[in-house]
Every structure is written in C-alpha cells, then in structure tokens.
Design a protein. Structure first.
Length: 139
C-alpha cells in the first residue's frame, strides 16, 4: 500500500486558485495511474491524498512504484505549477493477515515521517509483524 499526499497543496490553492488546484489533482491522478501496474488500484481518499493498493507487491516493488510516482510528478509541473508528493509505503506478507485499516495507519505514520523529514520523498514502514521492527526507512 502507498499513501500519497501532495506537498503544500493549500499553498497551491491559495496562490493559483482552486481551479488550478483541481488541475494539479487531475495531473497527479494521471501521473499515478501511469506509474502503477494494471492490477493496482488508486483511490482519492482526501483533498490531496491518494491511496494505492498494490496486490502481491513486496517492499522493494512498492518503494520502487512510489519512487516512480514521486520523481515523475516532481519532473512534470501541472500547467507550470511545480508539484511534489510525500509517500508512505507499507507491505504485508501473504502469510500474515492484516486489516486494510491497520495497513493504512502504518502507511500514514510513514507518510508523516516523509513530511517531517523534508517532504518529496518515499518512506517505507517496517511494520510491527516483521522481524526487524525498526523505524521506517527513507527510500
């Protein structure tokens, strides 16, 4: 699972207007759709937040997809407006059943760490059910 949050989105709306903000959201959704696999699913879950479900993805693949989203978005302004994204990533092994809500909470913690450590980055969570439950690691 990836939890994506556009950086400083309120400032975009305040500076360029809500119509431009809508364009930025559409642009971000397009970038995300192009970066994910056919079996992945993307949902807009908040104003500028997107949740992406990545079936059968391990931590390295999830982080790689997140990084592709991040770099593509940073390299392609939306109608001249620069846009970056912070992403929290988490995976669950098939042998360990985890509720989607629990995964989302862990991804949210990783997203918070991405925001607090400078934004425009992917942070992969080390979930509590892994043998190495250390702090999330930046990708």
């Amino acid at each position: 699972m990836l939890l994506c949050d556009l950086d400083h989105f309120k400032k975009i709306n305040d500076r360029y207007g809500h119509a431009a903000g809508d364009d930025v959201l559409c642009h971000a959704a397009t970038v995300i759709r192009q970066a994910i696999r056919a079996e992945d699913r993307m949902f807009r879950i908040g104003g500028e937040e997107f949740l992406i479900l990545l079936p059968h993805a391990d931590a390295a693949l999830a982080a790689g997809i997140g990084e592709r989203i991040r770099t593509t978005l940073a390299a392609s302004p939306a109608n001249g407006i620069p846009v970056t994204v912070s992403i929290g990533a988490v995976t669950s092994p098939a042998r360990h059943h985890v509720e989607e809500r629990e995964l989302q909470e862990i991804a949210d913690q990783a997203l918070y760490q991405a925001k607090s450590s400078g934004r425009n980055r992917v942070v992969t969570a080390a979930p509590p059910w892994t043998s190495d439950a250390s702090a999330p690691a930046s990708v």
